[in-house]
Ligand binder design. Structure first.
Ligand code: LLP
Length: 401
């Protein structure tokens, strides 16, 4: 695991000076290391990157060069994967309740690229038939077991995802008998996001159930058991023991002839990114000092949406010489939820200090918005390449007449 303390402070300060803040910094080398770690722990598995964690082109190029597959949640993500050079046989489209426009685009793309299209409802099957879809199909299973760091990202037991476990064998039989133009190649499920080492029971149960289904349905190329491998957001938390997860997975996947497939997002990219933000105001209040920063919930939504606590360090060059103070770190958005942390101890924050927020490579920029008419931040690589330019105020009205 790369902790926030392992990033080069001086280099991060230079990047903040040169590009301004808020600024996301991505280190592609770290993505490669994470991909290697996954490959070593799961040599028998097909590993696909869940694009939703971070779709920046530089990230996709790196993942593509590592030889991983692409798990895509929308037509837009499929298009991005194709643009980044992923071949069709490495792409899986796994949209939930796909809008008609999404299906139109995907069916068109699938003619040229032959990727796997997942159905999570019988409706989708009908709608694919209406569009004369011919190609590889995978069934999204609702496994009835969920896990995750927060109820909002626990998918395995939520009714909106997939075909109910018990109905899957029948659905597979009817696909095979009634749709000769399609080839049923796999099953797919995802328990949730943020599996931690202390509790592998839900993951184990999901894998066990999927393997059982794989045996029952038979004749499949792969059974995908989702992503969800957690990373430590709290620096005291030990990193996930991937070998233990792999061993538990392997044991539970017993006697399934299809290939095991996993699709991690966060694990590959979270610690490849930091967010840099500048202190814009320091205000004493009777309760606690309030420190205003230029990154808010429109830059990094996770604290406001999930109560996520990211590691935060001051990059102030003389930080070590300052007394530590506990403060409330608030962003620039007019919502009480716009708080990075309510009780964060930092070396006496001052106007202009740059702070670094750790594990910002996953679900950071990707969930950014323009709410309050705040332009989205820039993204640079640690080497200094601009990988997404900062939006300007005129970008805000680009789509309006
Ligand atoms: N596969 C499927 C079908 C998924 O729905 C997801 C994530 C993944 C794989 C990848 O999960 P990961 O390995 O990244 O945990 N915005 C939330 C996370 C939402 C994840 C949704 N699905 C967060 O910031 O915590």
């Amino acid at each position: 695991v790369r902790r926030l303390a392992d990033w080069p402070d001086g280099r991060l300060r230079e990047l903040a000076d040169e590009h301004g803040t808020p600024l996301y910094v991505i280190d592609p080398d770290r993505i490669r290391e994470n991909a290697d770690r996954l490959g070593t722990a799961f040599p028998e598995a097909e590993v696909s990157y869940a694009l939703k964690a971070n779709t920046n082109r530089a990230v996709l190029d790196t993942v593509e060069q590592c030889g991983l597959g692409a798990e895509c949640a929308s037509a837009g993500e499929v298009q991005r994967a194709i643009d980044a050079g992923f071949s069709g046989d490495r792409i899986r489209y796994t949209a939930v309740n796909p809008p008609a426009r999404d299906l139109d685009h995907v069916v068109e793309l699938a003619r040229g690229h032959e990727f796997v299209t997942t159905i999570g409802a019988l409706d989708t099957l009908d709608r694919l038939r209406d569009r004369d879809f011919a190609g590889h199909i995978c069934v999204r299973v609702n496994p009835g077991v969920g896990a995750g760091h927060h109820a909002k990202v626990t998918t395995g037991d939520a009714p909106q995802f997939g075909i109910p476990y018990d109905r899957v064998p029948d659905v597979c039989t009817s696909i095979r008998t009634e749709m000769p133009a399609v080839d049923l190649v796999g099953l797919h499920a995802h328990a949730g996001s943020g599996i931690s080492g202390d509790d592998l029971s839900a993951h184990r149960e999901l894998v066990r159930r999927m393997a059982e289904l794989g045996r029952q349905v038979g004749g499949l190329d792969f059974v995908a058991v989702g992503g969800g491998f957690g990373v430590p957001y709290d620096p005291e938390e030990p990193p996930l023991d991937l070998d233990a997860v792999a061993a538990a997975t392997r044991e539970a996947f017993d006697r399934c002839n299809a290939q095991l497939a996993i699709e991690p997002g966060r694990y590959l990219v979270a610690d490849s990114g930091v967010l840099l933000t500048t202190v814009t105001a320091v205000k004493p209040t009777p309760e606690t000092p309030v420190v205003g920063v230029d990154a808010g919930m429109t830059t990094l939504l996770r604290p406001a949406l999930y109560g996520a606590v990211h590691e935060i360090h001051s990059l102030a060059p003389d930080g070590d010489a300052r007394p530590s103070r506990s403060c409330l770190l608030a962003g620039p958005i007019c919502e009480t939820a716009d708080v990075l942390d309510r009780n964060r101890s930092l070396p006496d924050p001052r106007y202009g200090d740059v702070l670094a927020v750790g594990n910002a490579g996953a679900y950071g920029y990707e969930m950014a918005s323009q709410y309050n008419s705040r332009p989205r931040p820039a993204v640079v690589s640690l080497a200094g390449d601009r990988i997404a330019r900062r939006e300007t105020i005129s970008d805000l009205t680009r789509l309006e007449r």
